[in-house]
Write a protein that binds this ligand. Structure first.
Ligand SMILES: NC(=O)c1ccc[n+]([C@@H]2O[C@H](COP(=O)([O-])OP(=O)(O)OC[C@H]3O[C@@H](n4cnc5c(N)ncnc54)[C@H](O)[C@@H]3O)[C@@H](O)[C@H]2O)c1
Length: 417
């Protein structure tokens, strides 16, 4: 049995979704008006399908009038779906979450329950704020509690479809009994399920929302630049942009651009981003997203070098895997590797050896001033150093992952899983 605390878009949909799958589900909301409407079969907000599912499951598998204490006692799973608005500083206000936790833990119960945070909370909230609070309070009150994070990705307007047929279910759970129980709970949804750490689960939700918000702000910044340059049809431009075949397919080629690495390089992206930023400035637009974009592209190289320098002594050798700006290419113009090597040398690393399946000679010719050694093969490089930094995601490195991973690897292409 399941209790749902908070019956807004997320909680009501979740409750009805589990009820539809046959679980006995109890719904609660502190907003009495909301409860009254639901009791009359009225959905308090516009959301297709929920009314029909409420009619179908109400008083059969979905219950609104069970005493709170009894419902919690009977439930194995308790979902928190309360709001997490911004506080005055712009941080997530967790007041509703903690109030709801208190209400739940004040109920006397003996069996182990799983408290699931479905509300959106910033990464580290569960591990640093909620878990210590719950563990302490549970101990004081003599309750047994497992914790899980289960972020929700539904879209308003499509709540029902998104919940009942999820693209993926993300579960942050760090103990085996909770992982097992959560897998059982979601098994009827037949969706890809990802069991991850608390922080990872919370992070994925923010990855999703901040990517979307960044794309929107990017598009708006572009419309302001276009307006100042003049004689640009903004709507047509964006619609034609969407015709790029990188948007389609499964997986869409665009996913390669939404993946971390060492920064963009090559002949086009660095110079074109910089040129548009400059022309916007000439026309009177301070293009903040383009500016931040260029700054981050520079900063990521410092991030890489700082991370390496924390683990590798200056007198040790470093192997560089990959010289071209992307795999399947021997183009080394403005390759991130060249900047990383220069920064490593400025930092005091003198013994650097590099290997690229295609671009060793190109790199040597393009950057003759760069004093490094070149290895004729991956095996040769691995024989000469114990530290390896992966800077280009060549297939060969993945194919020989086991061999590479005998070394101290810094995988800045996030290719070894
Ligand atoms: N709306 C979305 O599209 C969406 C999508 C994914 C995730 N989320 C996240 O899910 C959470 C809920 O969002 P929502 O849109 O459903 O919010 P909402 O404001 O529509 O619903 C929250 C409900 O919780 C109730 N509530 C608060 N404290 C309570 C308590 N102690 N006991 C019982 N009920 C209580 C409120 O009265 C309210 O009805 C938020 O963290 C939100 O960021 C929302």
């Amino acid at each position: 049995m399941i209790s749902i605390i908070g019956l807004g878009f997320v909680g009501l949909t979740t409750g009805l979704g589990f009820a539809k799958k046959g679980y006995l589900t109890f719904g609660f909301d502190i907003n009495q008006e909301r409860m009254n409407l639901l009791n009359k079969g009225i959905i308090p907000f516009h959301e297709p399908h929920l009314k029909e599912v409420l009619e179908e499951t109400g008083e059969k598998t979905f219950f609104l009038n069970v005493e709170f204490e009894k419902a919690i006692q009977k439930s194995k799973y308790v979902f928190l779906c309360v709001g997490t608005p911004s506080d005055e500083k712009g941080s997530a206000d967790l007041t509703y979450i903690f109030k709801a936790i208190d209400q739940i833990l004040n109920v006397p119960f003996e069996d182990r329950k799983i408290l699931i945070i479905k509300s959106t909370v910033p990464p580290s909230t569960l591990s640093e704020k909620i878990q210590p609070y719950v563990l302490q309070k549970a101990e004081e009150m003599g309750r047994q509690i497992g914790l899980a994070s289960n972020p929700e990705f539904l879209r308003e307007g499509y709540c029902w479809e998104d919940f009942i047929k999820p693209d993926r279910v993300v579960i942050g759970a760090e103990d085996i009994p909770t992982q097992v129980k959560m897998k059982e709970l979601y098994a009827p949804f037949e969706a890809p399920m990802h069991i991850v750490s608390f922080n990872t689960a919370e992070f994925i939700k923010y990855l999703s929302n901040t990517l979307l918000s960044t794309l929107i702000s990017y598009s708006n910044e572009m419309s302001m630049i276009a307006d100042k340059i003049g004689n640009i049809n903004v709507a047509d431009s964006f619609k034609i942009l969407h015709g790029d075949k990188r948007w389609t397919g499964s997986p869409a080629g665009m996913s390669a651009y939404v993946y971390p690495g060492c920064g963009y390089g090559g002949y086009c992206l660095p110079k074109d981003t910089s040129a548009l930023y400059n022309i916007a400035k000439e026309k009177g637009v301070d293009a903040k997203i383009l500016h931040a974009n260029l700054m981050v592209n520079a900063e990521v190289k410092d991030f890489i070098v700082n991370k390496v320098s924390k683990q590798v002594q200056k007198n040790e050798s470093i192997g560089i895997l990959g010289l071209s700006f992307k795999p399947e290419s021997d183009d080394v113009r403005l390759s991130p590797t060249q900047e990383v090597i220069k920064k490593l040398q400025d930092f005091g690393y003198a013994d650097i050896i590099a290997y690229d399946p295609l671009a060793n000679q190109m790199f040597k010719d393009e950057y003759p001033e760069m004093i490094i050694d070149y290895a004729p093969s991956l095996e040769n490089l691995l024989g000469k150093t114990k530290n390896v930094i992966v800077l280009t995601a060549w297939k060969e490195f993945k194919e020989k992952q086991e061999l590479v991973q005998t070394k101290n690897v810094f995988d800045f292409r996030y290719m070894f899983i």
